[in-house]
Write a protein of this length. Structure first.
Length: 76
């Protein structure tokens, strides 16, 4: 191979090795930090369950207004 190709291959391997080492250190550091935090941090207390959405109260004036609007639209 030409000297230019060998230089390119060498540079590629050096770059890929650098990225691999950096990512390995990053994963190890993140794992260690996660374990340290979980050791000293209390587990979160679960929030109490709610019964769902409250049932709306029927307002007869609103029901009558909607019924009148529907009748007016469909009446024409």
């Amino acid at each position: 191979m030409s000297e230019l190709m060998l230089g390119g291959l060498n540079l590629m391997l050096l770059g890929m090795g650098t990225v691999f080492v950096f990512l390995t250190i990053l994963v190890i550091g993140t794992t260690i930090m996660s374990r340290l935090i979980m050791r000293w941090h209390d587990a979160p207390e679960p929030e109490p369950k709610r019964g769902g959405r409250p049932k709306p109260k029927d307002d007869l004036s609103e029901v009558a207004a909607v019924a009148a609007a529907v009748k007016a639209v469909h009446g024409h």
